[in-house]
Design a protein around this ligand. Structure first.
Ligand code: NAD
Length: 500
């Protein structure tokens, strides 16, 4: 039988070296040590494999000070649009050149299967950097002919788009490098400087990104990474008066806490929060592709994806057949150590997350949900959980309302488009949705009725750098990716000039 724990002897010498060194803080272009540290746990074995620094409020103050100074440093302030474009391309080149190491770091830190870390995570990171490199040269204001009621006078007006300033970026653990760059790349495109706090569960790739940015010639202080807990490092960053805007990706509960704290210093805010995204499957869909697509949309990264399609609504006449086919598909997905060849699903990120998902599953089963998939235990090490399909679920049940962030799909039948729209929108969240149908009219009519930031038709909701990502309702506000993300890091200044 395959070993469930990552075989760390297979790691490259460079990755091994990073683990052996452990992570410090990256402030003002150099690695600094903090007073205390936190362990890095491999989710496939729950063994400590490295350590990271736990930043204090004093460390956050130093990082924000470096970012403020960098904002006024001519090496960054006066670099110009073409300079920022070139810097982002150099960073993209550096990430691409170090893709193998970064992918290994993600796989041992988060438990992300290597095929995903190497392709979607690191590949998506490079694509985002290159896409955002196109923006600095396209940022523009407007000109105005101005009428002021002063006889004989003449005025001219225009607007300038200027960087917001110092950005405090706080990100979760599920796809660390890609989510870091969703914040970093548009912020740098706009001319801002950044202090980033990754999740204490997964920091290694983000620290490596900071080192690569420095090597790529991005001036010291422009991109700082402070690791540590949310309660200490995160809250100190949100409260710091030297931070102009906080951009946060994470859970809705933390987002609400951050919004309240940020209001005390009138900070601007972008919140990318949790989801409970519906998938709606019509009987006219191409079923072979739809079954695989529905499974991909929920089970990618073991369900630890913000846009995971965790609630499936199926047209009633195909409900039983779909549950059976989905269960067979899910049971056949190769579960294994993240670094092992052929693994499609890895473990959950932590023992805590595993226990949380298990508890939600047990409550659902107690409330009458039927398990359609295999239920035997997976492994005696690591945080493994089988992909699980639950039928006989109603929207009133906790499992259909709470974000699970694990490999769990609930299935509920519907009779017509109206009912599907009502069931899909019956949630506190509004992040994403998938529609599976071969009828174009059905797809468009339903898509416009869904109160979500994104709708994918006949595909899982894969990210693309030009398409904004973000939520409505309890899923937050503001957007990552696309032109909207760049706009989120820009202020508008109006200029009025008297000509005579
Ligand atoms: P989390 O909210 O627990 O933590 C996210 C980050 O916030 C971490 O860096 C954490 O240290 C920090 N933090 C915690 N408490 C804080 C506080 N009081 N002040 C400041 N910072 C604090 O989320 P998580 O468990 O790391 O990630 C999973 C969540 O992220 C899920 O809800 C998922 O849906 C969400 N997510 C959303 C998107 C999106 O684009 N909408 C993308 C990925 C993940």
């Amino acid at each position: 039988m395959a070993s469930w724990s990552n075989d760390l002897t297979r790691l490259s010498a460079q990755t091994r070296g990073i683990l052996d060194r452990g992570g410090g803080l990256f402030i003002d272009g150099e690695v600094r040590q903090a007073r205390s540290s936190l362990p890095v746990i491999d989710p496939s074995s729950n063994q400590a494999i490295s350590s990271i620094a736990a930043a204090s409020a004093a460390d956050i103050d130093a990082a924000v000070g470096a970012a403020r100074a960098a904002l006024d440093n001519p090496a960054w302030r006066d670099i110009g649009p073409a300079g920022r474009e070139a810097a982002l391309h150099r960073l993209a080149d550096a990430v691409a050149a170090n893709a193998d190491v970064l992918a290994e770091l993600e796989s041992v830190d988060v438990g992300m299967p290597h095929w995903m870390s190497r392709n979607l995570d690191i590949g998506g990171t490079v694509d985002t950097l290159r896409y955002m490199a196109g923006w600095p040269t396209k940022i523009a204001g407007q000109t105005f002919d101005v009428s002021v009621p002063i006889p004989g006078s003449e005025f001219f007006g225009y607007t300038r788009r200027e960087p917001v300033g110092v950005i405090g970026a706080i990100i979760p653990w599920n796809v660390p490098l890609m989510l870091a760059v969703w914040k970093l790349a548009p912020a740098l495109a706009a001319g801002c400087t950044v202090v980033m706090k990754p999740s204490e569960e997964a920091c290694l790739s983000v620290l490596e990104l900071a080192r690569l940015a420095h090597q790529a010639g991005i001036p010291a202080g422009v991109f700082n990474v402070v690791t540590g807990t949310g309660r200490e490092a995160g809250e100190a960053l949100v409260a710091h008066p030297g931070v102009d805007k906080v951009t946060f990706t994470g859970s809705t509960a933390t987002g609400r806490r951050i919004a309240a704290k940020a209001a005390e210093t009138t900070k601007k805010l972008t919140l990318e929060l949790g989801g409970k995204s519906p998938q709606i499957l019509f009987a006219d869909a191409e079923l072979d592709e739809a079954v695989k697509g529905v499974a991909d949309a929920i089970f990618l990264n073991s369900g630890q994806v913000c846009v995971a399609g965790s609630r499936l609504y199926v047209e009633r006449r195909i409900h039983d057949a779909v549950v059976e086919r989905l269960a067979a598909h899910a049971d056949a997905l190769p579960l294994g150590a993240p670094l092992a060849e052929g693994t499609i699903l890895g473990p959950l990120v932590s023992a805590r997350q595993h226990a949380r998902v298990r508890a939600l599953l047990d409550t659902a089963i107690g409330a009458g949900a039927q398990v359609a998939t295999r239920q035997d235990p997976v492994a005696d090490v690591g945080n493994y959980l089988r992909p699980t399909i639950l039928s006989s679920v109603t929207n009133a049940m906790e499992i259909a309302r709470e974000e699970v962030f694990g490999p769990v799909l609930t299935v509920t039948p519907f009779d017509d488009l109206d009912e599907a729209a009502t069931l899909a929108n019956d949630t506190d969240y509004g992040l994403s949705a998938c529609i599976w149908t071969s009828n174009l009219s059905t797809a468009h009519r339903l898509a416009r009725r869904l109160t979500t930031g994104k709708v994918a038709v006949n595909t899982p909701p894969l990210p693309y750098p030009a398409l904004p990502e973000g939520g409505r309702k309890a899923s937050g506000y503001g957007r990552d990716l696309g032109e909207d993300a760049v706009a989120g890091f820009l202020e508008t200044k109006s200029l009025l000039i008297r000509l005579r």
